[in-house]
Structures are given as structure tokens and as C-alpha cells.
Write a protein that binds this ligand. Structure first.
Ligand SMILES: [Zn+2]
Ligand SMILES: [Zn+2]
Length: 158
């Protein structure tokens, strides 16, 4: 079951300055927490849930961030278009930085075995034809399946 390029190698080291510059370029006021949350998303190799983000922040020099502030900053990043939110069928929200090279609307892959979610930035999703006077706010396509790693795992011995 060979798939083109999953998971997409998105992980990268991003400096605070770089993250701050991207926020400024988007015309946004830069605060310490905004930079840290955005940087963490940019560095992540895949979309992260709230608890995962919190863990990463706790492990970083920043230290823990309270849930409400984290939530507000994530919502803000989504609103200004620097991040996107993915809802897989496990009903967990995950967040990912919006990268320039990504198609604006792209599907996501949810592995039903390990529960991880990946962006499929190279696939674009054609917008559906809507009835007259209907307008789209957002569209989500989640592909449920088994990722390359889980597909290769040996069957459990018994
Ligand atoms: Zn998997
Ligand atoms: Zn995505």
C-alpha cells in the first residue's frame, strides 16, 4: 500500500524572529505568546491537539501556558488565516500552521490505528457547487485510513 509522500516531512526549526516576522507580515500585533504558539505550530511535523500543544509548550523554555490563553491564541491564528483547524472523526480539534506552499483547501488524513492526523498539502479539494445565494465559510475533508507506519507494523503475535 505505497502512498506518495506520507507523512509529509514538515518538521523544521523556526526561530522566534522568523515567527514574529510572519505575524508582522500578516499585519498583526506581536506578543510573546502569539509568537510562541505560532512557532510551535510551524515546527510541528503534523497537526497538534490542545493537549499536545500544551505539552510541547511545557517542555519548552516558555513553560506552561494556561488553557484559555492557548485557546484564544489558536482561535486568533485561525481567524487571521495563519493556521487551520482540523476536526477528525475522533472529535478532537487539531491545529496546523498554514504554510505558503499549501493548497488553501486541502484534505487531511486520519489514521484509525494510531489516531494521528496529517495534512495532505499536495492535494487540493475542488469547491462544491452551492445553490444560489449560499456561501461557504469552510470545508473539511478528512480521509480515514491506515498510515504508512501502522500499515507496516507486524501483526500482533499470539
Ligand atoms: Zn497510524
Ligand atoms: Zn492541513
Amino acid at each position: 500500500m505505497a502512498h506518495s509522500s506520507l507523512p509529509h516531512p514538515l518538521a523544521a526549526t523556526v526561530s522566534d524572529t522568523d515567527a514574529a516576522q510572519r505575524l508582522r507580515a500578516a499585519g498583526q500585533r506581536v506578543t510573546r505568546l502569539r509568537v510562541v504558539v505560532f512557532k510551535t505550530l510551524l515546527e510541528a511535523e503534523q497537526p497538534l491537539s490542545h493537549p499536545e500543544l500544551q505539552q510541547r509548550l511545557e517542555a519548552s523554555e516558555t513553560g506552561g501556558v494556561d488553557r484559555v490563553s492557548l485557546y484564544r491564541n489558536l482561535e486568533w491564528l485561525v481567524q487571521i488565516g495563519l493556521a487551520h483547524r482540523i476536526t477528525a472523526d475522533d472529535r478532537v480539534w487539531r491545529f496546523s500552521a498554514r504554510r505558503a506552499e499549501m493548497a488553501t483547501q486541502h484534505p487531511h488524513f486520519h489514521c484509525v490505528s494510531c489516531g494521528q492526523v496529517f495534512c495532505l498539502p499536495e492535494s487540493s479539494v475542488p469547491a462544491p457547487r452551492l445553490p444560489a445565494d449560499y456561501s461557504m465559510i469552510e470545508m473539511e475533508l478528512v480521509v480515514n485510513g491506515v498510515c504508512a507506519h501502522c500499515g507496516k507494523a507486524p501483526p500482533p503475535k499470539n
